[in-house]
Structures are given as structure tokens and as C-alpha cells.
Design a protein around this ligand. Structure first.
Ligand SMILES: [Ca+2]
Ligand SMILES: [Ca+2]
Ligand SMILES: [Ca+2]
Length: 465
């Protein structure tokens, strides 16, 4: 169905990177969209979400966090995808996690990135020059990880969540939120009321008198809550609702998303927990519905997308039978369930079971051009991964590619400005020592610059954290 797309493979630097060829990747030379590029990176990009920052000319830079263990060799890589050049990488130890946030201040573009050691750093986007590093902890574990940074007040203030990871794997650091300014100076803090850890990133939407901030707490071994927190620049944070996870053995690891699920114009919040449950509440915390998966672990952020034809957003949620952080569960047979749920009611539109783990957040575009959005998921097993396009109407497979082992979210765009829809995604080697970035073009699918391809309000960071 997508004929004639040229397959062009290039390969760029990194130690031991040999030129690729189409045959190395097992791609047929017809019948599938074109692989335009693959780039190798040393290190583990499993948990890093891609971001793309366009400049005024429409060209731009792709940022990829490599959150390799040990943390001291983690780094952020930047490349211009149009010519496949890696333009800079940060120094080893400037660890990176979550979704790198592009910030435009006049003609100056910078990127904010979080670390696994309680830090946030700002770099000049064109050169990788450090601008500042803030929120430094006294040592690993004080704040735990920091996750995706979210802008509020026209990017004069930024919010970031932290918690969870510690240098001592038996200890989970209590979670919280920080608000800081464009120079990294902390203005306000919020502590998770039950001292639960945090692994998710906040969603923030305007809500009188400031912002409604939604964050999931709890983690991989204990319960937590989906919190509604008010934020104002003058008074800081104030908790106003908390919805508990459905079990005491898992909290909200995925990030919540925000959209109107009932068609009344008011925003709702959707979170997935580690108990196989999707929670939909109003942005005031009133219950809408819950839906249940037979598979427990929700590391993928839910996707809000209209699938049913009624013009109201629906929910796609993915759950896996293993938690990538816990070896005891990853030795279990790979299994996952992708649910499409009617926005107003939570009833199941379709359910798709896979013999892989879906850890990454789904994204959507109308790949088969039938007028209904299709759902792109990355499915991982111990040794391999694949990227699947599921028909948005019934969950059946539209097409698949034999790469995509990652928990980072892929991104849609038109990176070569030729009008054809492109997708960037990563595939991490089974030994987690190297990561390959793929650029796919769906040449027959027009890119629509007016729409957002991933998520819907809140959690625009798209990250799995
Ligand atoms: Ca709908
Ligand atoms: Ca479709
Ligand atoms: Ca393109």
C-alpha cells in the first residue's frame, strides 16, 4: 500500500559503527515505508524519549537521551536529522532522562534535560554549550530521578517531578514537584503527601487561578495516587485531589494525560496504574470511569485519540506482563494488552493482545488513510523489538517493522520538509550497550503541520516517564 518509497540507509558515528545496508535490516524493498536513516549511539536509550526542535527555517534538531547505567556515563545527543549528523553530545555524567524540552527565547533556542541524579540542565541547542545546571543534589538519591520538564506561564516557569531512583536499589526516594525559572532557580516545591516515590512526569493545563498539575505517584512495588495539584506563580503548589491506585503493590508509573472525554468542553485526566487499571477523572477529581486490563504493568502513558467516529476523544492504554526495571518480572513470558476505550464511558472499543511487552507510549496518525487514526506501538521482547501499526477501528495489524525495542516514545513530524509523514523511533540492543535511531517515512501519508501527533494537552513531553 505504500509503494515506491526509496530506502536510504546511512550510518553515523559512534564507535564500532559499520555502514548499514537495507539487507542487514531485513526490510523488503517494496511494500513498506522507506527507512531513510539509521544512526547508532553507544549506550542505553531504552528509557529516553525523543524530542524534535524545529528552527525558524523548518529544519531542526533531534534530541535523544541516553540513560546508560552506570549513570555517570549517561548523556544527551543532538543531531540534525535532515543530514543525519550528530552535532553534539554532552559530557559523560551529564545524565539524561525523560523528554528533552526545547525552549525558544527570541532567537535563542535551548534544551532543558533532566538527569537521574536530581538535576536539570540547560544547553544551547545549536552548540551543546552548557548554560546552567540546577537542582543539583548533594549526592545520588537525594531527589532521586528527575523526569520530563513541563513549561507554564509562557515558559517563564518550569515544573519537574522527581523521586524514585536511588543509588541504593532497596530504597525509593519520596517524590515531589519543583517549580523553577529560566535560570534554574527553584521557586516552589511540593512533597508527595504520603512520601510515595514518583516515576511519572506532570501534565499541566491552565486552570483558574493558575494551572492544574496532574502527577502520578507510587511505583513498581507499592501503591500511590493520581494527584491534582494547583500551581500558581504567587502561591506555589496546593494539593486538591488524590485518586488511589487499584492495588497496594503498584502505583502510577506512567504519566497522566489530559483531554475532554465527555464532549462538554471541560478537561478530564487519565492515568494508568501498575494494577492493570485505567482511571478517568474530571480535572476536579470527580470519578468518570475505570477500565480493567488482565495485564498489570502500565509504563506507557495513555493516548487520547478519537477512534469511534463520535468526535469525542477515546483512550488507548497499554499494559505489559513485566516491569522493565524488575528482573524477576522480565523473566516471565512476554505479553501485553492494548485497550481502546470509549472516552465518555470507558467501554472497550477493541482489545489487542501481543506476545511482546509494550512499555512505550502509543502515538497515532492515519497511516492507512481511511479517515480514522491508527495506533503505533513499540513492542519489546528480551532480544528483539518491533514497531506495529494497529488499525484504529479494530486493532488489527496494518503493518510492522522488525525494530522498536524501547520504552521511549516515538515522534511524528516531517523532518525533511517534503510533505510526507516521518516517524523517528529507537531500537535498543538486547545487551543495552547500543541504541539505533530509525527514521521512517510514510511517503503516501501527508504531514499535517496544524495538528499534534502525540498525546493531547498535558504530558506533551510524550515521555514514558
Ligand atoms: Ca470517540
Ligand atoms: Ca486509519
Ligand atoms: Ca518527510
Amino acid at each position: 500500500m505504500h509503494r515506491g518509497a526509496a530506502i536510504v540507509l546511512a550510518c553515523h558515528v559512534c564507535a564500532g559503527c559499520a555502514p548499514d545496508s537495507a539487507s542487514d535490516h531485513g526490510f523488503a524493498d517494496s511494500g513498506s515505508p522507506g527507512i531513510k536513516l539509521s544512526v547508532n549511539f553507544d549506550g542505553d536509550g531504552f528509557e529516553g524519549s525523543l524530542s524534535f526542535c524545529a528552527d525558524d527555517a523548518g529544519a531542526g534538531t533531534v534530541f535523544l537521551p541516553i540513560a546508560t547505567d552506570p549513570v555517570r556515563i549517561s548523556y544527551l545527543a543532538a543531531l540534525t536529522v535532515a543530514n543525519s549528523k550528530v552535532i553534539w553530545t554532552t559530557a559523560p555524567g551529564t545524565s539524561s532522562f525523560g523528554y528533552p524540552l526545547c525552549v525558544k527565547n527570541g532567537s535563542e533556542i535551548s534544551v532543558l534535560t533532566s538527569g537521574r541524579i536530581g538535576t536539570v540542565a540547560s544547553y544551547t541547542a545549536s552548540t551543546g554549550q552548557p548554560r546552567w545546571t540546577s537542582l543539583s543534589s548533594d549526592g545520588p538519591g537525594e531527589r532521586g530521578n528527575t523526569y520530563s520538564v513541563v513549561p507554564v506561564y509562557d515558559s517563564s516557569t518550569f515544573l519537574v517531578s522527581h523521586g524514585g531512583g536511588s543509588a541504593d536499589p532497596s530504597r525509593d526516594v519520596p517524590g515531589g514537584l519543583l517549580a523553577f525559572d529560566e535560570l534554574g532557580r527553584i521557586a516552589h516545591t511540593w512533597a508527595e503527601p504520603d512520601s510515595a516515590e514518583i516515576y511519572s512526569s506532570p501534565a499541566a493545563v491552565p486552570r483558574t487561578p493558575g494551572y492544574g498539575v496532574f502527577i502520578g505517584s507510587g511505583g513498581e512495588r507499592r501503591g500511590g495516587s493520581l494527584h491534582g495539584v494547583e500551581y500558581t506563580r504567587t502561591d506555589g503548589f496546593r494539593s486538591y485531589f488524590a485518586v488511589p491506585s487499584a492495588c497496594s503493590t503498584g502505583g502510577f508509573v506512567a504519566s497522566p494525560v489530559v483531554g475532554d472525554l465527555s464532549g462538554d468542553g471541560a478537561l478530564d485526566v487519565v492515568g494508568t496504574d501498575f494494577c492493570g487499571t485505567v482511571h478517568a477523572v474530571s480535572q476536579d477529581g470527580e470519578p468518570r470511569w475505570q477500565a480493567k486490563s488482565s495485564t498489570p504493568f502500565g509504563t506507557a502513558n495513555p493516548l487520547l485519540v478519537e477512534l469511534s467516529g463520535d468526535g469525542i476523544l477515546d483512550v488507548v492504554a497499554a499494559f505489559a506482563s513485566a516491569n522493565p526495571s524488575l528482573p524477576v518480572t522480565i523473566s516471565a513470558p512476554a505479553h501485553s494488552e492494548v485497550l481502546a476505550l470509549d472516552g465518555p464511558t470507558g467501554s472497550i472499543l477493541w482489545r489487542r493482545e501481543l506476545d511482546d511487552w509494550v512499555f512505550a507510549s502509543p502515538v497515532s496518525a492515519d497511516i492507512d488513510q481511511d479517515g480514522i487514526e491508527d495506533v503505533v506501538v513499540q513492542a519489546a521482547s528480551l532480544n528483539a523489538g518491533r514497531l506495529l501499526v494497529l488499525n484504529g477501528t479494530d486493532g488489527s495489524e496494518v503493518m510492522s517493522f522488525p525494530f522498536g525495542r524501547s520504552s521511549g516514545t516515538p515522534i511524528f513530524g516531517d523532518f525533511d520538509d517534503n510533505g510526507g509523514l516521518d516517524l523517528l523511533f529507537t531500537d535498543v540492543a538486547a545487551d543495552r550497550l547500543s541504541t539505533k535511531l530509525f527514521w521512517l517515512e510514510f511517503a503516501d501519508v501527508p504531514f499535517d503541520p496544524a495538528r499534534a501527533y502525540s498525546g493531547f494537552r498535558g504530558s506533551d513531553h510524550k515521555g514514558s516517564r
